[in-house]
Design a protein around this ligand. Structure first.
Ligand code: G16
Length: 543
């Protein structure tokens, strides 16, 4: 095996966003692009000589080729071993688990998550640390710095490694272990949940549908739900992972998983509906005739987690990203446990989980997880819901309604304006930032602004500070609007407008969220003028 040292030059724009580097696939496939970034990861983490890494991916277009490049580069850079999933497939939470279980030096995951896949669509690569979690801001900064000074990368010249079945291989001195990507993960789920109770639930006629959206969770959901728990064959739909996710966006929300939502709202809906995303870390939860927002899901899971074996001793604390609704805060208050508010990005939960300060974490962007791994975990959320349903004997709607009656309902919605001119979006944020000091007391679009601030986070564990994490506007009557720019898009800018209002009147808990939020929506528009600035009539995506 010959090791080549290829001369290269820094490539602009290789800056990790909210979750690793995401770009158009053709950008990743352009000369030296992937290689430069992989070498920068290796250099940014202090080299991989003698280290053991996990390698996984969501199976999107270019996944298989990119995995071969990473293996050749790991070998050339002196890595001792890479543990890779069959076909270079492994969900993000399963990779996080494997990194932790085997005590490796971290892992590389090929994924652009919920973004569509294919030659014209998106690709991504992220590095997860030895704790199994996404690279922290500090590590991401070092990787970015390495991309800016890179002059060469190392790659082995050799044939592709056969990854089609579990087994062992070698590239020079580097060992390669090819593993079934489902096995260890399924065993972990069985430790956390009462599989006997779940089996009995399905035996008793409980029906569900899980939409894998032609993404990585298909094999996991089939093995666990249909294989281990005895759910009816056909429970898992769109189960076969495809490089282009069957032409859809593998994003489990009411827009991209509309057929599932329609089915759950129909007369003959099954008892439970769920979906997961490209790399298996996001989830969507539905009951017969009811869609559960991710923020509400976090609150219900926190309130009832003790019904599952893994959490019967109670929760150490909970954490949510700032734009996520405050529904979980009131649950934490009632339980007398801490509730942390972090910036958007799962990486900010890592320290809290490692330090034993939080057990459950969640985000409005369809992510929920616990201290069992250091990533959000789609199937885990589904299984925890199922465990709670089995133990409580209630339906999804009954659980949700009882929760709102007790804690009140945080009406919630997110409005996304995608592919807006980056300059226009940046200017909007800049102008709003300048007005923060003068807005309180002013009336905008019918509501008086009570507070206006920019979110900054001081990590209570390592003391690091993250600034400019979103603009928060509080209105009279308890409404809140948050504006921030997405860090996961690949074209232009995506403006995210997060809207929330707490309702505690028991007679007003069943309204349509867009109607219940109408005054806050109007005030936010009057404040920011997103429609006029973006030249749009309204958001592209409403969740
Ligand atoms: C990623 C991050 C999440 C974040 C989401 C949206 O999720 O892991 O923490 O909430 O992006 O981020 P943004 O609002 O910046 O686009 P995923 O599922 O895409 O990896």
């Amino acid at each position: 095996m010959e090791i080549l040292e290829i001369e290269t030059r820094p490539i602009e724009g290789q800056k990790p966003g909210t979750s690793g580097l995401r770009k158009k696939t053709h950008v990743f496939m352009s000369p030296h692009y992937l290689e430069n970034y992989v070498q920068s990861i290796f250099d940014g983490i202090g080299g991989v000589g003698g280290k053991v890494l996990v390698l996984g991916g969501d199976g999107r277009y270019f996944n298989a080729q990119a995995a071969q490049v990473i293996l050749r580069m790991a070998a050339a850079n002196g890595a001792a071993k890479v543990i890779v999933g069959v076909g270079a497939l492994m969900s993000t939470p399963a990779a996080s688990h494997l990194i932790r279980k085997r005590g490796t030096d971290g892992g590389l995951i090929l994924s652009a998550s919920h973004n569509p896949g294919g030659p014209e669509e998106d690709f991504g690569l992220k590095y997860n640390m030895p704790n199994g979690g996404p690279a922290t801001e500090g590590v991401s900064d070092r990787i970015h710095a390495a991309t800016q000074t890179l002059t060469r990368y190392k790659i082995a010249e050799t044939a592709d490694v056969d990854l089609s079945a579990p087994g062992q291989a070698r590239l020079g001195r580097m060992e390669i272990e090819i593993v079934d990507p489902v096995e260890d993960y399924a065993a972990l789920m069985e430790e956390l949940f009462d599989f006997d109770a779940l089996e009995a639930l399905f035996k008793g006629g409980f029906s569900m549908v899980f939409d894998a959206m032609h993404a990585v969770t298909g094999p996991y959901a089939k093995a666990i739900l249909e294989g281990r728990l005895g759910a009816a064959p056909g429970t898992v739909i769109n189960a076969e992972p495809k490089p282009d996710f069957g032409g859809g966006h593998p994003d489990p929300n009411p827009i991209w998983a509309k057929p599932l939502v329609d089915r759950m709202m129909s007369e003959d809906a099954p008892d439970f509906g769920a979906a997961s995303d490209g790399d298996g870390d996001r989830n969507m939860i539905l009951g017969k005739g009811i869609y559960i927002t991710p923020s509400d899901s976090l609150a219900v899971l926190a309130a009832n987690a003790h019904l599952a074996p893994a959490y019967e001793g109670g929760l150490k604390g909970v954490a949510r990203s700032m734009p996520t609704s405050a529904a979980v805060d009131r649950v934490a208050e009632a339980m007398g446990i801490s509730c942390y508010e972090t910036p958007t990005g799962w990486k900010f939960f890592g320290n809290l989980l490692d330090a034993g300060r939080a057990t459950l974490c969640g985000e409005e962007s369809a992510g929920t997880g616990s201290d069992h791994v250091r990533e959000k975990d789609g199937l885990w959320a589904v299984l925890l819901w199922l465990n709670i349903l089995a133990a409580s004997g209630k339906s999804v709607a009954e659980l949700m309604e009882a929760h709102w009656q007790r804690y009140g309902r945080n009406y919630y919605s997110r409005h996304d304006y995608e592919d807006v001119d980056a300059g226009v979006a940046g200017e909007m944020v800049e102008e709003l930032r300048e007005q923060l000091g003068t807005l309180p007391g002013q009336k905008v679009g019918g509501l008086t602004v009570e507070s206006a601030e920019e979110f900054a986070y001081d990590d209570p564990v390592d003391g690091s500070r993250s600034e400019r994490q979103g603009l928060i506007f509080g209105f009279e009557g308890g409404g809140r609007a948050v504006i921030r720019l997405s860090g996961t898009g690949t074209v232009g800018a995506t403006i995210r407008l997060y809207l929330e209002r707490l309702e505690t009147d028991p007679a007003k808990l069943g309204d349509d969220p867009q109607e219940a939020l109408a005054p806050v929506i109007a005030a936010a528009e009057a404040l920011a003028g997103i429609k006029a600035r973006s030249g749009r009539d309204g958001p592209n995506v409403i969740t």
